[in-house]
Structure formats: structure tokens, C-alpha cells
Design a protein. Structure first.
Length: 234
């Protein structure tokens, strides 16, 4: 049984809301940051956190839009509004805020402070890669889903094993971008795997979107479970 709560996480800029889900009991567990889509910290992201908690992880999903007003989220039919929210963020602030979330996890007696991973979706996929590169000594496993605009130029700084998911028919992420990421990971000899699902669109993992593809989502979840267990549970 998972324990769930909405909490406030201290950051250098103030108090950031976050959704926390964790296994019952006080035995220290590895943790996974769950980074939201452009649509905000919504029910889908909270559901992913609960699913991870059921797998034995402390899952923390921060509200990265908090600096412009707490609780801002838009529906999946409000893409222009989501893009505007996403464009309001700056990388430095995002890295600082996720760093605050990591520091919060490290302080908790129910967290294995040396076993913190990160996953994220859409905008959160990009943030997952960014944070793994900018805070390489903090992140022990990174699993971005369909991250558009991943900062490939930072790949050399990556230390954590990487499992990246993309859809073949994603209109927001050109295939040549995925190939460039693969090439850069190989060039720097990073421990990585890049999965591209045939005929899958952007957002294929989210069962609340019309782009949901159950087969790809199930396969990705099983791969994610194995990846996190391999790098965080040992």
C-alpha cells in the first residue's frame, strides 16, 4: 500500500508544491523523480508516481510551474496554453528546483539517498535528460519519455545509465534528432538504450490522451521497471 501526500519542497526560490507517493513502512527505499508534461502536474503524472510507489520506490513529482503561480495545469485539449506554460520556464530555474527536490529526498529517512533516479514525459523527458547532465553525481538512472529538444550537446556530462523512449510517428521530435542522440551517446560511450516504437505518436504512454498506444505503453513500463530495478534496487 502506497502512502500519498501533497507536500511543499524547499528551494532557493521558495516553497515548491510536489506530489509524493511512497511505500508504507520506514525501510529506506530508492527514489524516482517524476517530471511532468507541458500540461502540468496532473492526474496522469500523479498516477505514474503511485505506480512507481507500488513497485517499491519513493516517487516525487514536483510542480515545475510553481514560480508563476502554484497549481497551474491545463487540459490535454489546451496545447497552446501548455506550450505557453512550458516556454515560461528557464533551464537554470528548473535545474535549481529539481535540485531542491533531490535535496529533500536525500534528507528523508525513508529514502536511500544514494539511489535516486529520474523519469519524465514530454517536457519532462527533456528535463530528465537535462538534470541528469547538470547534476550527474545526484542521478543514478535516467529514463526520459519522448523528450522534445533534448540538449544533446550536454551528453558528455551524463554519468547515469540512460533509457530513452520515443515514438516513430512523433510530429514534435524528428527522427534525425533521435539518431543524433544515439550517435552522441555512442560517441561518448554512455551506458544507454534508445527505444523507438513503430507507428507510435507523441504521448503514447498517457492513457488519458488520444495518442495512447496500449502495447507500446505496456512494453515501455516493463522496460522501465527492469531498468530502475537494475540500477536503483541493488
Amino acid at each position: 500500500m502506497a502512502l500519498m501526500d501533497t507536500i511543499e519542497v524547499p528551494t532557493p526560490a521558495g516553497s515548491m508544491p510536489a506530489f509524493l507517493a511512497r511505500p508504507a513502512g520506514d525501510r529506506p527505499a530508492p527514489a524516482v523523480l517524476v517530471i511532468m508534461e507541458a500540461f502540468g502536474l496532473n492526474a496522469h503524472i500523479e498516477d505514474v508516481a503511485r505506480r512507481l510507489a507500488a513497485e517499491g520506490y519513493v516517487a516525487l513529482a514536483p510542480d515545475l510551474y510553481w514560480r508563476g503561480g502554484k497549481g497551474r495545469a491545463v487540459g490535454y485539449d489546451q496545447l497552446p496554453e501548455a506550450i505557453a506554460l512550458m516556454q515560461s520556464l528557464e533551464d537554470d530555474g528548473v535545474v535549481t528546483d529539481v535540485g531542491g527536490a533531490i535535496a529533500y529526498l536525500e534528507r528523508q529517512p525513508f529514502v536511500r539517498a544514494d539511489r535516486i533516479g529520474i523519469t519524465g514525459f514530454c517536457m519532462g523527458g527533456r528535463v530528465s535528460f537535462l538534470v541528469a547532465c547538470e547534476l550527474p553525481d545526484k542521478i543514478k538512472a535516467a529514463a526520459p519519455f519522448y523528450g522534445g529538444g533534448i540538449p544533446i550537446e550536454k551528453t558528455a556530462r551524463l554519468k547515469a545509465p540512460l533509457l530513452a523512449f520515443f515514438g516513430e510517428d512523433d510530429p514534435f521530435i524528428p527522427r534525425d534528432t533521435v539518431e543524433r542522440l544515439k550517435a552522441e551517446l555512442a560517441r561518448h560511450r554512455k551506458q544507454s538504450e534508445v527505444i523507438v516504437y513503430p507507428k507510435a505518436p507523441h504521448g503514447f504512454f498517457c492513457n488519458e490522451r488520444g495518442s495512447y498506444r496500449p502495447d507500446a505503453a505496456r512494453d515501455a513500463w516493463e522496460r522501465l521497471r527492469t531498468f530502475l530495478a537494475t540500477h536503483l534496487q541493488r
